[in-house]
Design a protein around this ligand. Structure first.
Ligand code: ATP
Length: 321
């Protein structure tokens, strides 16, 4: 714990967004000694590890307002400017079937990240229900929910610690073999093998400087080690060189295979391969369907598609969807 607290001490003023970026490090609220915004019910049951059908049922949500947050330590979590702001999500419903990939697209500030925050119950919904395999997330233990859901965010954080320790935050007690298998699948074993201290190489602010693509692949290795049944992924917008991009893509393919995923999509390949695309605008789902269906419908999706990918739908984008 001391090792965890060291690098985290400077983080006590961070907003929830940053904390969610760290969620894959497990029980970050506990580590920061901040009370979680959600409470475990006394009668909470453990969510089965294999649970993987994710349902949003008429979910509406507003971030906790300052007056709803009585604890001084949480003032930084509830943004002051959000005190009089309204609903962030309105009547959001969708189902991600086991193994499916659901992509979220939409303008900045539409509510995509907020939807992903509700999956791991970082906040409670204001109305409606988020459930996994029919279990309302408010009725299951926080630990079992955390075990079931893995996050990979754009800016994969690494603690100032060894690569081995950074990976084992996801699964304490993992053997070296398991760690190496995860590194292999995440396309980053070769790199670690060539570092002078291998798994014992210290990374992070004052350690070995990882490139963005390397950090992402290590974060994916951490996810593979955790082996959650649901993956929430915020795809990187940052430009990676094409070799790194291809390696990250292969790592992600391994990480998402056989898992339910909810992806904030920035890649063309993701929207094309998604089983379901949800177009979010002003906190509502305004369009839904596959890439081919949405291109055919026109409207916001087509506009976003053109701007984001700077491309016209071609014959190829129709057929490969
Ligand atoms: P982007 O693509 O820019 O990341 P997004 O679609 O993910 O945007 P969200 O980050 O979910 O959108 O934001 C939806 C709305 O909720 C915005 O108006 C945002 O300002 C607000 N919001 C986000 N996080 C918080 C927070 N912690 N407290 C209060 N309001 C928030």
């Amino acid at each position: 714990l001391v090792r965890l607290l060291g690098p985290l001490q400077g983080l006590s003023n961070v907003r929830i967004d940053v904390m969610t970026a760290l969620v894959s490090f497990e029980r970050v609220f506990e580590v920061l000694d901040l009370p979680s915004l959600v409470q475990e019910r006394p009668d909470a049951v453990a969510l089965p590890r294999s649970a993987s059908r994710l349902t949003f049922d008429h979910v509406s949500f507003h971030y906790p307002r300052a007056d709803e947050v009585s604890l001084a330590s949480l003032e930084t979590v509830a943004r002051p400017e959000s005190a009089d702001s309204g609903q962030v999500l309105t009547d959001v419903s969708f189902v991600a079937e086991p193994g499916q990939m659901v992509a979220l697209v939409g303008p900045s500030g539409a509510g995509k990240s907020t939807i992903t925050h509700l999956v791991a119950r970082l906040y409670d919904v204001s109305e409606g229900q988020v459930s996994v395999d029919g279990h309302d997330v408010r009725a299951v233990t926080l630990q079992s929910l955390e075990d079931a859901v893995g996050y990979v965010t754009q800016d994969a954080h690494m603690f100032h610690d060894t690569i081995g320790a950074n990976l084992r935050y996801a699964r304490p007690g993992a053997s070296d073999e398991q760690v190496w298998a995860a590194l292999e699948a995440a396309q980053v074993a070769e790199l670690v093998r060539h570092l002078p201290d291998g798994l014992d190489t210290v990374v992070g602010d004052r350690g070995y400087r990882l490139s963005g693509g390397e950090r992402q692949r290590l974060a994916i290795a951490r996810l593979l080690l955790k082996a959650p049944s649901i993956v929430v992924l915020d795809e990187a917008t940052a430009h990676l060189d094409s070799e790194s991009e291809a390696a990250v893509q292969r790592a992600l393919d391994a990480a998402l295979r056989g898992r339910t995923s909810l992806v904030i999509a920035h890649r063309l390949s993701t929207v094309r391969n998604a089983d379901l695309i949800l177009v979010v605008e002003d906190g509502r789902i305004v369009q839904r369907g596959t890439h081919a269906e949405l291109i055919a419908t026109g409207g916001l999706y087509l506009d976003l598609y053109r701007t984001q990918f700077n491309t016209q739908p071609t014959e190829d984008s129709w057929t490969s969807a």
